[in-house]
Design a protein around this ligand. Sequence first.
Ligand code: GDP
Ligand code: ZN
Length: 461
Amino acid sequence: MEFDTIAAISTPMGEGAIAIVRLSGDEAIAIADRIFKSPSGKWLKDVPSHTIHYGHIIDPDSGQTVEEVMVSVMRAPKTFTREDVVEINCHGGLISVNRVLQLVLANGARLAEPGEFTKRAFLNGRIDLSQAEAVIDLIRAKTDRAMNVALQQMEGRLSKLIRELRQTILETLAHVEVNIDYPEYEDIEEMTPRLMLEKAQYVREQIKKLLQTAQQGKILREGLATVIIGRPNVGKSSLLNALVHENKAIVTDIPGTTRDVIEEYVNVRGVPLRLIDTAGIRETEDIVERIGVERSRQMLKQADFILLVLNYHEPLTEEDERLFEMVAGMNFMVIVNKTDLPKNIDMDKVKQLADGRPIIATSLLNEKGIDDLEKAISEMFFSGSVEAGDLTYVSNSRHIALLQRAKKAVEDAISSIEAGMPVDLAQIDLRRAWELLGEIIGDTVHESLIDQLFSQFCLGK
Ligand code: GDP
Ligand code: ZN
């Protein structure tokens, strides 16, 4: 493929002392030679690949020295983009890096679009689509575990599995073709549906297994939508604050004053929680409060996980019991707060209402019990055993949707064979599954999808 030469600043803006201007394309080295001068007078076009050189960036129009730099020269194909790559390491601040970039652009490079370096790596066959998407995930990863999932995907674990499944389907289809072409072998006619059924069932089981990891993968990527509920004044805002370790939510003595919905990300021992504080769920005549209550009910619908807070110092109320009813069947945990005050709550009743869910005692005022809570959350989520490294996770919603459709296609094939329909019907379904799986790794994708995916990147990646 033929591409023009692109350039961008490829280090995070404002971070660290060193910033890199990266060039990629056929003209990368020639462009660098127009503005780079080494003390010995050597040209970058003459240096060996994968070497680094000291020198100065000189504005060829004015002859003015712009920046002192180290320049890396990496020739195709052993580079990230599989094109010639030059990286100009500038130690100066943002202004001088920008001047270097401007010079590079004035001397023949084009400013890269977001994600364009990775897009080239994909288009030049260096990485497949799911690996490119993993780069996006990596940039956005919220916890170490999420990062591991993205890294695995980038290394191609998911791609490898998908390729194997596609290969199985293809071999099966090829086998069926041969048998249709040579129908004179009678026993083959009986064998064909049996073989197809066997292979289709195998593929279905593999897709099922992958989809089972999807939920956990999605949570790692997007955060567990967590809602804190409880009567006014039980300590919901205090709990949020304790988890966030910052005072972003308003804590107050006046019941029901946390009116705005606040969202916050916290990393609880590798579990990313997307915490949503609520105004407390209760019926009220107050119109402002009611908006809060309705929003809370809405949020409960979207919640993956609920923290139900009770007051140790007060007897259980009807309202508390109604909250338990609202979360019945959901993934929740009970927090009994204010244990520094005398006990007025009926703990036996709490245990009964909790129905086997963890109950954590806290005194948020004294920062007690937070460790227990965090431990319980990570145990609940990881079930004590599952590590990101053990499984190939599917975490990307595009991949999940395609896997679900592929599974459906395989299931259609299975039902038609089982119903004794002609094998060419099942063949069509299997072919469809093969195509859908191909879309995950980008073997059978549309160009517009590629553009849309890569535009999600930040500049310089
Ligand atoms: P919310 O209305 O449920 O959000 O409750 P807040 O977090 O705003 O807390 C209400 C009041 O209870 C505040 O005055 C807190 O300081 C106080 N509070 C929170 N946790 C505790 C605790 O563990 N012990 C005691 N004694 N007071 C607490
Ligand atoms: Zn509050």
